[in-house]
Design a protein around this ligand. Structure first.
Ligand code: 3H9
Length: 707
């Protein structure tokens, strides 16, 4: 074994007969940090210089080939050799280089393999160029070599989607030359190398491949991708650059194409979108590491109970069924149970109608589903999720029953969106087993799961909730008990800020558009119309008694609800939905109601620019996010970010509200809040956390890192 640096190199090489076996061993995923790049270049130098070497085999140690560039190096000063140079060096090797791929060969990892002369993959391999998901483009020759190897259309589809191809698909595309018969990647790779040597196979370079020979087809694919990207890439910076790079592959020499790609890559690397998306990548992994997941062992979860067959209960049941778990649904009578079951079936029938599921598959899934009107059916269930009407008395009655029937050690979860879970827990004899699992509608689709941790719960129950999230493929965020937990608590505040702006002069249509242009899929009033205005109305009425009489309260939504304009389901809300239309049109009558409300409140309307709207919307969101961290409801700012990204449509490329605050400068956010406070000091109270961070010259990221 040899290594060429003072520290043991993550890249080692040894001669196996005539083949130089080069192993990349850089846990956890063999990312291409500077030492790996140096090691790879050194190994190739060694191969060229050493007569005993006739071929080179690249393999990854552990579970992957190479997961890509080291994302943690982005934004730091570059250290040579750059990855494109390493890939070029591999390609220039005079002896055949073979990449044997298992696990992930993603981004720069696949680009290393494309620099090699032959590629083999074994079952379970995942090949792809996911850079677009990080706001980047393949920057180590990927945009030049891939279309040359597999044609422009297939290359564009791979690079623009960022998806992973299996070994078999990669073979079909021509991305690899063979799929190993076994999954022993080393044995398969060595055998392939021997075969190539025996056949005197040359060092065959991808830069010379002829995948773009049919120029017309390539041009058509590029034009189609350009048109599609213009339509779909919604404010994203890198997708159009990807199309430009593939076009350069068609029109320029390989070396000029590489230079063009490098320039585009560096522009992406410098963009705030890259910073936002990389933050999102790490944040969604960090949230999984709540303290309880380290300190406690989760309880076994093999069966799930769901109380309530409404939209939420049925969605949760589907999520659990999809994860392969048996589900028992409890409803109060046979009619309600039949309705609950129908809700569940409807989801699968929808998939069948779209051709995405067979009737057989549905039958197999539903074989795991059972229903009962008796709580006794839950006697042996490991974890029960209550999803009944949002009222403390109703919830406590359910928990009394669960307390009576469930076996010792069963986890008792509530899906409440804002009720006091400490009070629910206090109503049973085993508060240590009670936890909040706040799903988002539709529960089988939405990725966010707030794991709400009441005072008396034990760590292993919290760890169990995180384990369940993993099984359900949800992104769990740990939250403390308060009204609205993390997400809905922020929502209440930024919606109020939008209402203030509306009453002060902006139309709901302008506000929605400004919010959409910022990157949300929908504006706040579209969301209300979609969810049903009656839901918020009910909770406003419930809270009326406890509302601070001095706090500003905008009544416009109440005026619409009094007319039963609840949104899409009633054909009108803030928008009109003629004949069941799903996209609303502005309603002059709503505008007249808003005018009347302004007059009643004695407000002289003024105009707002979209930028002014967003500054208020974001300042409200960020300020409440800081309060939630300050009160330890959220562990770190990044937990707030993940909540908004996965539950509220916050644009991923902006990283989340707290990351956004850091990017615009916390001192600027504070200055905005103080300015707005001149008009409404009660609403715009700067969070003590923001004040403190600005005083110390720190930002939210510093809290993420120190937590
Ligand atoms: C690129 O390549 C640019 C080039 O074109 C041009 C350059 C010039 N770097 O996900 P997991 C960490 S852009 C650093 O939980 P899994 C991750 O944070 C890159 N760290 O495991 C985690 O750390 P921790 C293109 C990385 O088994 C640990 O590894 N490549 C990287 O569920 C385990 O990760 C990609 O975008 C990285 N590249 O999934 C691929 N990747 O334990 C990104 C992971 O401290 N990676 N980590 O929390 C993935 O998709 C998944 O990690 C993978 C494994 C499928 C590989």
């Amino acid at each position: 074994m040899a290594s060429d640096s003072i520290h043991p190199s993550p890249v080692s090489y040894e001669l196996r007969g005539k083949v130089l076996l080069v192993t990349i061993d850089n846990p956890p995923v063999n990312a291409l940090g500077v030492d790996v790049r140096r090691g790879l270049a050194a190994a190739i130098e060694h191969a060229d210089a050493n007569d005993a070497v006739e071929a080179v085999l690249l393999v990854g140690a552990g579970r992957n080939f190479i997961a890509g560039a080291d994302i943690r190096e982005f934004g730091k000063p570059p250290q040579p050799p750059a990855l494109p140079d390493v890939c070029n060096r591999i390609e220039a090797c005079r002896k055949p280089v073979i990449a044997a791929i298992h696990g992930a060969a993603l981004g720069g990892g696949l680009e290393v393999a494309l620099g090699a002369h032959y590629r083999l993959a074994v079952a379970g391999a995942k090949l792809g160029l996911p850079e677009v998901q990080l706001g980047l483009l393949p920057g180590a020759g990927g945009t030049q070599r891939t279309p040359r190897l597999i044609g422009a259309e297939a290359a564009l589809s791979l690079i623009l989607s960022g998806r992973h191809a299996s070994a078999q698909e990669a073979l079909k595309l021509g991305l690899v030359d063979r799929v190993g018969a076994s999954d022993d990647v080393l044995a398969e790779g060595l055998a392939y190398a021997q075969e190539l040597l025996a056949a005197q196979a040359p060092a065959r370079r991808t830069r010379d491949a002829q995948g773009l020979a049919n120029r017309e087809a390539a041009q058509a694919a590029i034009a189609a991708a350009r048109a599609d990207t213009a339509k779909k890439s919604r404010g994203l910076f890198s997708p159009m650059k990807i199309v430009d790079c593939v076009e350069a592959a068609l029109n320029e020499s390989f070396d000029d194409g590489l230079r063009f790609e490098r320039k585009q890559f560096l522009e992406c690397l410098d963009s705030p979108q890259r910073a936002g998306l990389v933050h999102a990548f790490f944040a969604e992994r960090e949230v999984q590491k709540a303290p309880e997941t380290k300190s406690a062992t989760p309880r076994a979860i093999n069966t799930i109970g769901v109380i309530g067959g409404g939209t939420m209960g049925a969605g949760i049941a589907v999520a659990a069924l999809d994860a392969g778990l048996p589900v028992t649904m409890i409803e109060r009578d046979d009619v309600s149970l039949a309705r609950g079951r129908a809700h569940v079936e409807k989801v699968y029938d929808g998939l069948i109608a779209k051709g995405r599921m067979t009737a057989d598959a549905k039958a197999q899934i539903l074989a795991r589903f059972s229903g009962s009107t008796s709580y006794d059916a839950l006697a042996q269930t490991d974890l029960v999720i209550e999803a009944v009407f949002e009222e403390m008395g109703v919830k406590q009655a359910v928990f009394t029953e669960l307390d009576r029937v469930c076996k010792p050690g069963a986890v008792l979860a509530t899906n409440t969106s804002y009720l006091d879970i400490d009070a629910i827990a206090a109503s049973v004899s085993r508060p240590q087993d009670v936890v909040g699992l706040h799903f988002f509608s539709p529960a089988n689709i939405m990725k966010l799961l707030e794991v709400v941790v009441p005072k008396q719960v034990t760590a292993d129950v919290v760890a169990t909730a995180f384990e369940l999230a993993k099984k359900l493929r949800k992104v769990p965020v740990r939250a403390g008990v308060c009204d609205g937990f993390i997400g809905n608590r922020l929502l209440a505040v930024y919606r109020a800020a939008a209402d203030h702006v509306m009453e002060d002069g902006a139309s709901p249509y302008q506000i929605d558009k400004a919010v959409r242009d910022f990157g949300f899929p929908m504006g706040p009033y579209q969301v209300i119309d979609l969810a049903g205005g009656d839901i918020g109305w009910a909770s406003r009425k419930r809270r009326a008694a406890t509302r601070d009489p001095n706090a500003r309260y905008v009544q416009i939504a109440d005026r619409l609800c009094e007319r039963s304009w609840f949104g899409q389901k009633t054909g009108r809300g803030f928008y009109l939905y003629p004949e069941g239309a799903r996209t609303g049109t502005p309603d002059p009558e709503v505008e007249a109601i808003i005018d009347a409300e302004r007059e009643r409140a004695g407000i002289k309307p003024r105009s707002f620019t979209d930028e002014e709207i967003i500054r208020r919307y974001m300042a409200a969101m960020i300020n409440e996010g800081a309060n939630v961290v300050h009160e330890k409801i959220a562990l770190r700012p990044l937990d707030v970010d993940v909540t908004l990204l996965y539950g509220y449509g916050f644009p991923r490329y902006r990283g989340g509200p707290m990351k956004y605050a850091d990017m615009v400068g916390l001192e600027n956010v504070l200055a905005d809040i103080r300015e707005f406070a001149k008009e409404d000091p009660l609403f715009w109270r700067p969070s003590p956390l923001i004040v403190e961070l600005v005083e110390r010259g720190a930002n939210f990221a510093s809290l993420d890192q120190s937590a």
